[in-house]
Design a protein around this ligand. Structure first.
Ligand SMILES: [Zn+2]
Length: 133
């Protein structure tokens, strides 16, 4: 990859730290967006990106968890996540803090909801929750 190459695995919204997982294309040739940018009005894009960059620590936790939670070093990821929750005064997001945290996937859904709420709170056109990242 050179300096001008675009990482095609990332969201097409400029500067977005999330993985691009959604597209209107049926052939895979269109731009891919993260679940938060996808379907949002273009005018909201930079505000959403700014919030996602501010919340990049949570985006990174969600990527880490999705990458390794079934692996042997899951405990290390959970420990790093707990450290980040503490640093950002969001211990409420730690695994097991809600009754709904019955599995890692239900916990990830809760983290996605927190991220989505943070990014789309002022947006009257916000879509229903769609799995992201
Ligand atoms: Zn995005």
């Amino acid at each position: 990859m050179n300096d001008h190459a675009v990482d095609m695995t990332m969201c097409a919204a400029s500067g977005c730290p999330c993985v691009g997982s959604m597209s209107n294309s049926t052939t895979g040739t269109d731009k891919w967006y993260c679940g938060i940018h996808f379907g949002q009005p273009g005018g909201a894009s930079s505000r959403i990106t700014s919030e996602l960059q501010r919340m990049a620590w949570l985006v990174a936790i969600m990527l880490d968890v999705r990458r390794v939670y079934a692996a042997e070093n899951w405990g290390n990821v959970r420990q790093r996540a707990n450290y980040q929750f503490q640093m950002h005064q969001r211990n409420d997001l730690a695994y097991g803090r809600e009754k709904t945290d019955v599995s890692v996937s239900s916990w990830l859904k809760r983290l996605d909801g927190a991220l989505r709420a943070s990014c789309l709170i002022d947006d009257a056109n916000a879509q229903e929750s769609i799995p992201t990242i």
